[in-house]
Design a protein around this ligand. Structure first.
Ligand code: NAP
Ligand code: ZN
Ligand code: ZN
Length: 349
């Protein structure tokens, strides 16, 4: 065990500041990763501020981790020293339940071991995330970053990328499908790029006109400013599929009215408080509403390889760790273009 520089919220809502953690001694199946970049997900904000009421503190957030392998345990076969690798939202799971056996570790019946705000396999040692200089992870939970992807811009793929890729695949989005993306933030901008690469006709539903040019650059065909009420009637029954990435509550019934017969809205955003829905918004056009949680390891690797083939990465603002509290505040205001990524070298002082 040796001390590792990190940044932590010492208690709920406290600003993040410098903090020292210990990592476990690597075992035979472990990979030691020198962290180079870590993306900043809105879930980091929700959890550091305990908006989901499940926070354990001190908390070192960060689950969009990329770096280089610096050493491997004696039994490791999938990674070697010098490899570019990534770690997403979980670092282990039970491995024996049906979801785990079906490559759906995120739905592990025992509960996945979250990268932070969780516990290690011993069920008691707290896990600490990627706002830190080093992490030790079992090789089976480490992803390969394809060599053509720049590491800083690839970091957000580990959460924002897979969280939007997985439902697009699950609902079999294909050429010509009319896909709506609600909210153009970290997840939303990845949803636009991925759905466009799958051939969909993508429309962004955003709360202002500010992000219109960017949306079109990411591959959207249409952009609708939802502060203009007429967009809901003008596009009634229009979309095959809608992915809701909003970090706050939206009027679900109004957005559902834009979905056609048998279409689906998949919610991936997790607002602090529950929303409400009148069943008639579903009944009248046999619409569905569903949810989706990140993605399994196999699908995450598939997503990284898809991004490699289509040259897709995140649009980022690279920040030193000292700017993290400011970044959180900007994110809450929707002022993010389109993912903050921490340059972890700023923690190596
Ligand atoms: P983000 O970068 O802050 O983007 C969220 C965007 O949603 C904002 O930029 C804004 O876009 C829009 N928005 C925010 N509040 C809104 C409101 N009240 N009404 C309408 N639109 C609103 O956040 P993110 O990192 O993409 O995360 C989005 C949500 O997904 C968070 O709740 C996060 O915790 C959750 N999440 C879920 C999973 C999962 O597995 N399901 C994984 C990761 C994150 P416009 O400016 O375009 O309106
Ligand atoms: Zn996330
Ligand atoms: Zn399991």
């Amino acid at each position: 065990m040796h001390p590792i520089n990190a940044y932590a919220a010492e208690k709920a809502k406290a600003p993040l500041k410098s903090f020292v953690i210990q990592r476990r001694e690597p075992g035979p199946h472990d990979v030691v990763i020198e962290i180079l970049y870590c993306g900043v997900c809105h879930s980091d904000v929700h959890q550091a501020r305990d908006e989901w009421s499940n926070g354990t503190f001190p908390m070192v957030p960060g689950h969009e981790i990329v770096g280089k392998v610096t050493s491997v345990g004696s039994s490791v076969t999938q990674h070697k020293v010098g490899d570019s690798v990534g770690v997403g939202c979980f670092v282990d799971s039970c491995r024996v339940c049906q979801p785990c056996k079906s490559h759906l570790q995120q739905y592990c019946e025992k509960g996945m071991n979250l990268t932070y705000n969780g516990v290690e396999k011993d069920a008691k040692t707290p896990t600490y995330g990627g706002y830190s200089t080093e992490i030790v992870v079992d090789e089976n939970y480490v992803l390969r970053i394809p060599s053509n992807l720049p590491l800083d811009k690839a970091a957000p793929l580990l959460c924002a990328g897979i969280t939007t890729y997985s439902p697009l695949r699950q609902w079999k989005i294909k050429t010509g499908d009319k896909v709506a993306v609600v909210g153009l933030g970290g997840l939303g901008h990845m949803a636009v790029k991925l759905a466009a690469a799958m051939g969909a006709e993508v429309t962004v539903l955003s709360t202002s006109n500010k992000k219109k040019d960017d949306a079109m650059r990411f591959g959207a065909k249409n952009f609708l400013n939802t502060s203009d009420e007429s967009v809901f009637t003008n596009h009634a029954n229009y979309f095959d599929f809608m992915i809701n990435t909003a970090a706050g509550n939206i009027d679900l019934g109004k957005y559902l009215s834009m979905i056609k017969l048998d279409g689906t809205m998949v919610c991936v955003g997790v607002p602090e408080s529950p929303g409400s829905l009148n069943a008639s918004a579903l009944i009248m056009k046999r619409r569905s509403i569903a949810g989706s949680l990140i993605g399994g390891l196999k699908e995450t690797q598939e997503m990284l390889d898809f991004c490699s083939a289509h040259n897709i990465t995140s649009d980022i603002e690279l920040i030193p760790v000292e700017k993290i509290n400011e970044a959180y505040d900007r994110m809450v205001k929707g002022d993010v273009r389109y993912r903050f990524v921490i340059d972890i070298n700023s923690l190596r002082k």
